[in-house]
Design a binder for this molecule. Structure first.
Ligand code: SAM
Length: 180
């Protein structure tokens, strides 16, 4: 988030035809909950385009990239690497250490789809479980980012939006900020 080292989310193992919505939702969740960038491994162009389109309409900054070499990205990452997995250490036990590391350097958060290669477990500075129960990359990413930022991401302000949602008790209100 603003004024702190970058947080990048890497989405591994996208299976075309199976993971389309989940990959899009990883990107949208990363953006909405305070990450700076998502990198989609082997993702179809559509998923990246959807996240870019939302950023164009609802504001940024947020970067979207893709890679054909996700293992290299993890290996060469300059900063700390967190891999979210149901087999990892409980998030509540490691979040302080991760936060301390992130105060000093960038963070790469890796989430999977299908089976994650063992090298990822080895390269990660932390393998982190959000519970040790199987659920989803979107849920684990959301909880992890909220723990990392201790809720500050909920008050984030967006730059250059074309439209802004005005919270309502009932109904929907979306405005063009230039016409307010
Ligand atoms: N066996 C997988 C694992 O390692 O967590 C479950 C695969 S799950 C369909 C896809 C992704 O969701 C995983 O690669 C992981 O990133 C995330 N995930 C699922 N359950 C999780 C949990 N309890 N804690 C953290 N991440 C989880």
């Amino acid at each position: 988030m603003k004024d702190s080292p970058q947080v990048t989310v890497l989405r591994l193992g996208h299976r075309p035809g199976r993971d389309e919505r989940m990959t899009t939702h990883v990107g949208l969740t990363a953006r909405a909950l305070g990450a700076d960038k998502v990198v989609l491994a082997n993702a179809a162009r559509n998923q990246a385009d959807t996240v870019i389109d939302i950023t164009d309409r609802f504001g940024g900054p947020f970067d979207v990239a893709s890679t054909e070499e996700p293992k290299r990205l993890i290996r060469d990452f300059e900063g700390s690497v967190v891999h979210l997995t149901m087999y990892g250490e409980p998030v509540q036990d490691v979040e302080d250490d991760v936060r301390k590391a992130h105060a000093e350097e960038s963070l790469l958060i890796v989430v999977g789809a299908e089976k994650v290669p063992f090298e990822v477990y080895e390269h990660a500075d932390w393998n982190v479980g959000v519970t040790n129960q199987p659920h989803s990359e979107v849920a684990s990413l959301a909880v992890f980012l909220d723990r990392l930022f201790e809720g500050r991401e909920l008050d984030r302000e967006w730059e250059n939006p074309d439209r802004v949602v005005v919270p309502q008790e009932t109904g929907k209100r979306v405005v063009d900020p230039d016409e307010e």
